[in-house]
Design a protein around this ligand. Structure first.
Ligand SMILES: [Zn+2]
Length: 248
């Protein structure tokens, strides 16, 4: 029986039997995997509150078939700053939920791990503008999974698309569509939002909250990525109503 150790985020937690948790964990090297923490819901459990969602934890586990058996867990970071703000915790939980939804069991995505870590660091450092951080998270996470919205040129013919006017955006085509390729069914993307999305995508995650993004641009940006995500991943991913009390 091989004993392994990993540093992981807790991205999902469900009650199991009388006193256990089944937790879904996401590590840089280990990828996403599920494990059982026996007795973790008992008051006197050795695990304490270590498996709160979003926590960064060092776990020791026995690797076997199916669920891993977690024998030890040590808290590394519980993001006190994030937990002091309803908006920040909701943003963090939605990011963790989409990681859980879009990664397969056993899938390793080191860039996504680093992105989640930088996102939580940023939310923890300051609880201002968590939605800007969240929007940038989705853009980058989609890119790491191979679905980067094309924002610089026409997704159909590759020609450059004028910077100064609103342009058509088509999730099916993969991004911008020039007037020649437009079927008139696409929705409009304003020049301002296009610039914001390019900047959010190209700025290190830890710094994105310094970028200027209006409330309207945020609203439209979420709507655009929601439609883009629904088309490419076949499910509703980005909800604006998630709350910290829901189970993810
Ligand atoms: Zn075109």
């Amino acid at each position: 029986m091989a004993i392994e150790k990993a540093t992981v985020f807790v991205i999902r937690k469900v009650d199991f039997k009388d006193s256990d948790y089944v937790v879904t964990l996401f590590g840089r090297e280990s990828g996403k995997f599920a494990g059982i923490a026996k007795g973790a819901r008992k008051l006197e459990s050795k695990f304490g509150g270590v498996f709160d969602l979003l926590n960064l934890v060092e776990v020791v586990f026995y690797k076997g078939s199916g669920l891993e058996f977690i024998s030890e867990a040590k808290l590394i970071e519980n993001w006190e700053g994030i937990r002091g703000s309803g908006e920040a915790i909701d943003a963090g939980l939605r990011c963790a939920r989409i990681v859980n939804k879009l990664l397969e069991e056993g899938q390793r995505e080191m860039k996504a791990y680093d992105l989640l870590k930088d996102t939580l660091l940023s939310l923890d450092e300051s609880q201002l503008r968590p939605k800007v951080v969240e929007l940038a998270f989705y853009l980058k996470f989609f890119r790491y999974l191979g679905y980067q919205p094309q924002l610089r040129k026409c997704s159909r013919c590759g020609s450059s698309v004028d910077d100064e006017n609103s342009v058509c955006f088509s999730p099916e085509a993969g991004g911008l569509v020039c007037p020649d390729c437009s079927s008139k069914k696409e929705f409009q993307l304003s020049a301002g939002l296009r610039k914001v999305l390019v900047r959010l995508s190209g700025t290190p995650q830890i710094e994105v909250k310094r970028l200027k993004v209006t409330e309207n641009q945020l609203h439209d940006g979420f709507s655009l990525l929601d439609r883009f995500g629904q088309f490419h991943f076949g499910q509703e991913l980005i909800t604006r109503t998630g709350s910290s009390s829901e189970s993810i």
